[in-house]
Design a protein around this ligand. Structure first.
Ligand code: AMP
Ligand code: MG
Length: 430
């Protein structure tokens, strides 16, 4: 469902939330919140020219067109013998005399005549006068002659100039994320450097009086700050520059200083904890004072509450404190937003597909649940899923065990073992 507030500014929405149909901060559907955020995302504009190897994970800032035909000459697709198919038409068995050999990357200077052929290796340039290659395994070789009874169809086993890419053809478009294949593709065109958007800068900090840092002795009532580590990992996977602002106690002055410093040096600020809706906690007051931020209880589990907005020029995401909720909200909201900000106009959503769940699942309707699941290859040859076990939003080990989310939408209720569920794969995605 697209939001009806495309023309609304954040400040209008904050001051008069009722101006938007269906806007209920206490029960915001996941898809609607995602669309809501998307309309305010303004991608980075600055670009730089980098050697292709340094562009992995970056977003192209311009279209790339081919400076040449690829391949740039007709060449053989296999080891065999090149000849002119027209010249041998109807003659079976065919006998041809070998007048020379052409290796990959080499050319052959004489024009091949009727009754002649040239021994050719894969990648060898097709000699003038030839248009067809017969595989070496399909001929009988006797001295300087070959014979074959079944003539290949004309013009086979040849890779034609420009059949992969034509001169001037658009090869990659602006907004494309550079991956391993693209590095090779650029190299295959002789392109050594390309223009990409600069890296996105993302600052993040944890909030909470109860947080102890790794390496510190933990006191009664404290927990180690794990959110900064999962956030670091997830941001690193996306390929942004991370700025870790630390774990900040629930002290208004400290939080204010850190929030302002973060928003001045980063494109995006992410915090975890302290954004509970309805609680008079400091983050909420500070965000209202310094930015334009909306607070939602998203109709999802885990993952409520969530805050989104702007602090100065920086985009702001206020994630819940619970460690699993941080990861779920990152994957559902922040990841895609980050890709848009990096310069990808329409990033692919995480793939979702249907599989059988081998265990029963307890679930209430009215909210989307992201249970942690393990996709496995069943001995019957199909992929199936099972939940990781306890699903509490503080049980971070469930995320370590999981390779997917089991996505149970608002309409889904309790499920029996053997029912089909939707899964969103986490392994191998960014
Ligand atoms: P909050 O949203 O601040 O009320 O936090 C919700 C829960 O998440 C509390 O149990 C916190 O102790 C826990 N929590 C908040 N921040 C972190 C963090 N950085 N690392 C681990 N647990 C956290
Ligand atoms: Mg807290």
């Amino acid at each position: 469902m697209p939001p009806n507030n495309m023309h609304q500014s954040l400040s209008q929405i904050i001051s008069t939330p009722s101006c938007i149909d269906d806007y209920d901060p206490n029960s915001m559907p996941v898809a609607q919140a995602r669309l809501f955020i998307k309309q305010f995302l303004s991608p980075v504009m600055e670009a730089e020219i980098l050697p292709i190897r340094e562009t992995i994970g970056r977003i192209l800032a311009t279209d790339i067109s081919s400076p040449a035909n690829v391949p740039n000459y007709d060449n053989s697709a296999m080891d065999g013998y090149a000849f002119n198919a027209e010249a041998i038409h109807m003659e079976t068995p065919t006998a041809l005399i070998i007048i020379g050999t052409v290796f990959a990357g080499k050319s052959f200077d004489h024009k091949v005549q009727r009754g002649e052929c040239v021994r050719i290796m894969t990648g060898g340039m097709m000699p003038s006068g030839t248009d067809t290659v017969i595989m070496q395994e399909s001929v009988k070789l006797e001295g300087d002659n070959i014979t074959f009874t079944v003539a290949p169809k004309g013009k086979v086993n040849v890779r034609y100039a420009g059949e992969d890419l034509k001169l001037g053809q658009t090869v990659l478009t602006a907004g494309h994320m550079m991956r391993a294949a693209d590095l090779g593709l650029m190299a295959s065109l002789g392109i050594g450097q390309v223009r990409v958007y600069r890296k996105l800068k993302v600052a993040f900090f944890s909030t909470g009086d109860e947080l102890a840092g790794v390496g510190e002795a933990i006191k009664i009532g404290q927990v180690y700050d794990s959110n900064r580590y999962t956030l670091y990992g997830m941001l690193n996977d996306i390929g942004v520059t991370v700025i870790d602002m630390g774990a900040i106690a629930d002290k208004p002055e400290l939080l204010e200083q850190t929030l302002l410093a973060a928003s001045k040096q980063a494109d995006v600020v992410i915090t975890s904890g302290g954004v509970s809706v309805g609680e008079a906690d400091y983050m909420k007051l500070l965000l209202a004072k310094h930015g334009q931020v909306v607070f939602w209880k998203i109709a999802m589990k885990p993952g409520r509450p969530l805050a989104y907005g702007k602090i100065g020029n920086a985009h702001y995401f206020g994630l819940p404190g619970n460690p699993v909720a941080v990861m779920v909200t990152f994957y559902q909201f922040v990841r895609e937003a980050m890709l848009v900000l990096m310069g990808q106009p329409n990033p692919a959503a995480l793939p979702i597909f249907n599989v059988i769940c081998t265990e029963k699942i307890k679930k209430k309707t009215g909210r989307t649940e992201f249970q942690r699941g393990i996709l496995f290859s069943d001995p019957d040859g199909t992929w199936k899923v099972k939940p990781t076990g306890a699903q509490g939003s503080a049980i971070l080990s469930s995320m370590s065990l999981a390779n997917c989310f089991i996505v149970l939408d608002e309409t889904v209720a309790n499920l029996e073992a053997g029912e089909v569920v939707q899964v969103q794969v986490l392994t191998g995605i960014i």
